[in-house]
Design a protein around this ligand. Structure first.
Ligand SMILES: [Zn+2]
Length: 102
């Protein structure tokens, strides 16, 4: 019988694709934690909690590839990312009694 816990798949490291830092191209990563604050409203304990999310950051520059983020933390599209990073447009206030040009 084969042990289901024991994997017999042979993996040759040279067959694998390297993950490079999107920013500087370094191949080395170190484990880091992203911390999320869990509001008491949604926390299972009813108190403010901190939720650590493990991921990997570039060893050289500290950048975290989007592909290494949990799926729910990745921006859906580059356009959405643009919206988040760009400033909100100033609202132009139009007073109702402003004279109209004729
Ligand atoms: Zn880097």
């Amino acid at each position: 019988m084969t042990d289901p816990n024991q994997r017999s798949v042979k993996i040759n490291a040279s067959d694998l694709t390297d993950i490079k830092c999107d920013k500087c191209g370094d191949l080395r990563f170190e484990p880091v934690f992203l911390l999320k604050r869990v509001s008491a409203l949604i926390s299972p304990t009813g108190k403010d909690e901190t939720a650590p999310i493990p991921t990997f950051a570039c060893y050289a520059c500290g950048h975290i590839n989007l592909g290494l983020l949990p799926r729910e933390m990745r921006p859906q599209t580059s356009e959405e990312q643009k919206i988040v990073s760009s400033k909100l447009p100033e609202l132009s206030v139009v007073s109702p009694d402003s004279p109209t040009k004729e």
